[in-house]
Design a protein around this ligand. Sequence first.
Ligand SMILES: Cc1cc2nc3c(=O)[nH]c(=O)nc-3n(C[C@H](O)[C@H](O)[C@H](O)COP(=O)(O)O)c2cc1C
Length: 389
Amino acid sequence: MSAIQSALFSPFKIRGVTFPNRIVLAPMMQCKAINGDASDWHLVHYGKFALGGFGTVLTEAVAVEPNGCITTGCLGLWSDDQIPMLRRITDYIHAQGSLAAIQLAHAGRKAATHRPWEGYGPLTAEDASRGEAPWPIVGPSTLSIGEGHATPHALTIDEIQEVVKRFGEAARRADAAGFDMIEIHGAHGYLIASFLTPLVNDRQDAYGIDRDGRMRFALEVTAEIRANWPADKPLFFRVSSEDGGGPGGWDVEDSVVLALKLHQAGVDVVDCSSGGLRLSAVLQNQGRDVGFQVPYADRIKHSANMPTMAVGLILDGPQAEAIIREDKADFVAIGRQAMYDPFWPHHVAQQLHANQDFKKWDLSAGWWLQKRAGALDMIGYDPTGVRKN
Ligand SMILES: Cc1cc2nc3c(=O)[nH]c(=O)nc-3n(C[C@H](O)[C@H](O)[C@H](O)COP(=O)(O)O)c2cc1C
């Protein structure tokens, strides 16, 4: 069968940047950094997704200041010293024909925890004895995320302004490190999301009271990043379309209003996640159907009239292709399925008959696989190594 026109593999231009396809590696914290610094581990980790055909390799949450780390293993971009190693990573990603993107984040009241596989509980004095002391955590209010977790310090207005500046400085460094796109982490109950939701933000000043007040911090961060980020480079914003905190919380109507304001402030794409106000959304392993968050991307895209990214249990080619073709979102972010198969885009292209000739693979593998396909055909096997019916 000849190659077909695939929506998933079509390019998309935003500002001065052309995304080679619609497939983005979802941000996934690795807990492998030391003092916020990236290493060869990250080079190989992110590099493999570029080799695998991801049009955009988006990093995990990268903290804009040390106390914005979730765990002691989070990446950071609070110092110019952190630029050169990230530059090596973006250079490698570019050399494979992919774009490099970075998620800028502040963990807020969900900071200073154990790694997910250690239970995600709060760091304690016991952890201090093995060199992982907890650090003071901050939020819009003093409401903690749950029993046993530290009480956050409620940021003063001056302190809020300082954090806003940290986002801008990190954006400047992200540009110097060669990133093509920034995603602002406004989801999952971390600092920006905790300002948005009335379930956590009970402030009685300009950063609270009503929805406009609760959105102020997100919009100031966006403006500060835009002021420090080239006008020809795209900006994404990840939102928890619904905060998952129950009645009275932030909902999808709020997200539509926020998206409209973000768009005006220079955000190009809203990445539509959900939940995570208290615990990790993915840790809870609720019985969710494939593509469970796609309706949020669809709703926000068409109500706010701007591009969106869908994420969450997007597993195979036909599913991803349909999301783009049916105009439910403009991008798909692939998380755990990418962990399972870092070459997911190449394999999906095969599945969709969008790249029969292995041309998108690096020649070092693609040339051989194409040759093998002919040999396999002669003995009744398809190019992936599966026996034909
Ligand atoms: C190990 C792991 C780490 C994650 N870290 C982040 C993160 O740093 N920032 C973020 O916005 N979401 C994070 N997420 C959520 C993912 O980006 C994604 O939204 C979620 O896993 C659902 O997509 P999936 O079903 O394709 O995995 C993480 C998820 C996993 C599994």
